[in-house]
Design a protein around this ligand. Structure first.
Ligand code: ACO
Length: 361
């Protein structure tokens, strides 16, 4: 039977760091509040375009799979912060990579985007529609972060993670998945000033930034990530205690802890890196997966559960049996270019836009 398995993985985190202490300089917050309420200590801010991050992550994933870019049939760019709508950002990624034989598309399911893309690509590979897919989860959320709104600006960051999906005859890859959404409450997490609604010429996504009813999103995330995880575990024919690693979307340490408790998993079987990067939406899971592999936390034939919740309001979960190889076939020297500016220089247009320039450092 033809299955689809992950054969390559990679990440690209921009080097500029914005710490909680930095945020204390621009909004009424504290390292203590952010740490205890979210688990986040710092996040990365990109001085390059999201497609540059995507390309670096993609090069690492291709090297890990032992593939050249022209071997790809499809590039899927999971993002809710596209560089442009026409063309789709994926076109720029395809060009920067030199993936000359690939189709390319963006996929937007907000924070659940990577799992939606993994399920889509795996189904296409299993069905024989395509052979080799590069999936990238990438975000430049700093662009729409209202740096005057303490309830949202402390949560988000920039970054990219990528995987390659290829066919296999082994009984590995996705064992079960769930994709869900409740569009009736979509407005409780949104960027209101964007898209084709309203008068032409006045809409700029930065005008309103990200708006979120945090506690309500929190409540729903806790419920849905736990339910969907248990559902895919059961559908895969696994018992929760057999799960080797839960790789959850990194939005809030307390949401991760609640999901782990629901599955009765001890912390050693839950991957967390939220302290270092915050919420990078579609990028959190592929970045976390890459770091889990780098740290030797993915064993051959490991039973892995991915779970996410976010804008839409979408949720998604997947139960995946890893293959036999847990080390890269090759490595790439691709890296995000060194910044020629400070993090404050990069954030200056945002601070100016939101009318808050009180800062130092
Ligand atoms: N610093 C200090 N105080 C703050 C801050 C801050 N950064 N932000 C809010 N507060 C205050 C509030 O004003 C409030 O004060 P009050 O009691 O005097 O009114 C108090 O802290 C509590 O605020 P809550 O919003 O109730 O805090 P909560 O514990 O719910 O944490 C948070 C807020 C972190 C946003 C949480 O609700 C959360 O994580 N929500 C889910 C986020 C998420 O999963 N998003 C989905 C993905 S995003 C995407 O798809 C792009």
């Amino acid at each position: 039977m033809r299955n689809a398995t992950i054969t390559g993985w990679g990440k690209a985190l921009p080097p500029l760091v914005l710490t909680n202490t930095d945020l204390e300089k621009i909004v009424d917050t504290s390292d203590e509040w952010i740490t205890t309420r979210t688990g986040i200590k710092e996040r990365r801010i990109s001085h390059v375009e999201a497609t540059d991050l995507a390309t670096v992550a993609g090069r690492h994933a291709l090297a890990a799979a032992g593939l050249e870019p022209d071997a790809l049939d499809l590039v899927v760019n999971a993002t809710c912060t596209p560089e442009s709508l026409i063309p789709a950002s994926a076109s720029y990624v395809q060009a920067k990579l030199g993936a000359t034989n690939a189709g390319a598309m963006d996929l937007n399911a907000n924070c659940s985007g990577f799992i939606y893309a993994l399920v889509t690509a795996s189904a296409m590979v299993s069905a024989g529609v395509v052979d080799r897919v590069l999936i990238i989860g990438v975000e430049k959320l700093s662009y729409v972060m209202d740096l005057t709104d303490r309830s949202t600006c402390v949560l988000f960051g920039d970054g990219a993670g990528a995987v390659v999906v290829e066919p296999t005859d082994e009984p590995v890859g996705l064992a079960a998945s769930e994709l869900g959404v409740d569009g009736t409450v979509a407005d409780i997490l949104c960027v209101p000033e964007f898209g084709t609604v309203g008068s032409p010429g006045v809409r700029d996504p930065r005008r309103a930034g990200i708006k979120m009813e945090g506690p309500e999103v929190f409540r729903r995330a806790v419920t849905k990530m736990g339910e969907a995880s248990l559902h895919v575990i059961a559908e895969a024919g696994w018992r929760p205690e057999e799960v080797d690693l839960l790789i959850p979307h990194q939005a809030n340490q307390r949401i991760i802890d609640a999901t782990a408790r629901r599955l009765k998993l001890d912390p050693a079987r839950v991957f967390v890196n939220i302290h270092a990067y915050g919420n990078t939406s579609a990028a959190t899971i592929p970045v976390a997966l890459t770091e889990a592999l780098e740290q030797g936390r993915v064993k051959p034939r490991a039973k892995i559960v991915f779970a996410a919740f976010g804008g839409g309001l979408t949720w998604a979960a997947a139960a995946l049996t890893w293959g036999d190889r847990v080390t890269p076939i090759a490595t790439s020297d691709a890296q995000v270019p060194e910044p020629d500016r400070t993090v404050w220089d990069v954030l200056a247009p945002n601070l100016e836009f939101y009318g808050n320039q009180e800062r130092s450092g």
